[in-house]
Design a protein around this ligand. Sequence first.
Ligand SMILES: *Cc1c(COP(=O)(O)O)cnc(C)c1O
Length: 391
Amino acid sequence: MKTWKKRTKAVHTGTRRSQYNEVSEAIFMTQGFVYDTAEDAEARFIKSGDDEFIYARYGNPTVAMFEDRIAALEGAEAGFATASGMAAVNGALSSMLRAGDHVVSARALFGSCLYILEEILTRYGVEVTFVDGTDLAAWKTAIRPDTKVVFFESISNPTLEVIDIEAVSKLAHAVDATVIIDNVFATPVYSDAIAQGADVVVYSATKHIDGQGRALGGVILGSREFIRGTVEPYMKHTGGSMSPFTAWVMLKGLETMDLRVRAQATTAQYLAENLEADGKLAQVIFPGLPSHAQNALTTAQMEAGGTVLSIDAGSQAAAFKLLNALEIWTISNNLGDAKSIATHPATTTHQRLSDDTKAMLGITPGLIRLSVGLEDSGDLLADLRAAIAVM
Ligand SMILES: *Cc1c(COP(=O)(O)O)cnc(C)c1O
């Protein structure tokens, strides 16, 4: 199994068959499990084996199938599935940090990630230093001998800065800090984050893993020691575990994720190239374009530019006109979905930030984030061009 490629693992790894030998994975929609005797119950509470379950908040066969499959795809020893991507980000950080610890984080983060680092962890006495994630010298200055955790999104939302996983991990490991990466935009398809140096990788499964906008979910991936020894006790007692039904949706999502994400990434590259060549927009931001500041790093680190591009319409009024003229693209705020989705970050996902912070992060009034779906690439381009023409 170790020699299986990702596409094979995505279909087969982790499968647990019941006595009926079903082909498609079963949904074990149960919170609890029966013990034959009181002694068996006692023994399981003292120490449960890999495939022995106690309570769905601790673990469940369908959830375990999803955890094993995504861990295999990422090249991680183990995983813990969570109720949402944010439960995963919070679980990875809060399970290992205590008062007095120091964290260095990239500043360009998903709004809720920023809230955990800026508002919650600091409330419990954790010190957080924010840096420009693309500036290696800034990481070097900020990481101290007592730094416990280094945190960043490998591709930032929504300005699509790409961070050098290998270089930042080296700086972190020099002081024995744990590298935790929110890897949503890179997806497990293009990610080699663990091979490149990450200790812990976190996903919002809500995005490409489901890929069809149905369910919230997340997962924390890392060494067996970290997942079983640090994450599991925190998650199982604080209650952010994934539901078996959600795990089944995500498990089936993993089977088609490679095909979906590669098709979406190809279309994203096509749209970015054409929109840039048209020259009608103030800016087209896509890691797969030679004009992107980290294009060389993108090519070295992830084999494609991803499934999301951002465009700048020049002003909020122009951005709104463009958005309202779209016929195929949906105005919403998910990403990685089969449906192409357009988001205006400054007034929605990143509304909470001050104007200064938005400006510093490059979240301009005209910025639109485009999550590319599975529709025909020519239709998507024609829809954008028609909307750009009236903006
Ligand atoms: C969506 C997202 C999250 C949060 O995931 P949920 O499943 O919505 O909780 C975290 N990080 C990034 C980069 C995201 O895009």
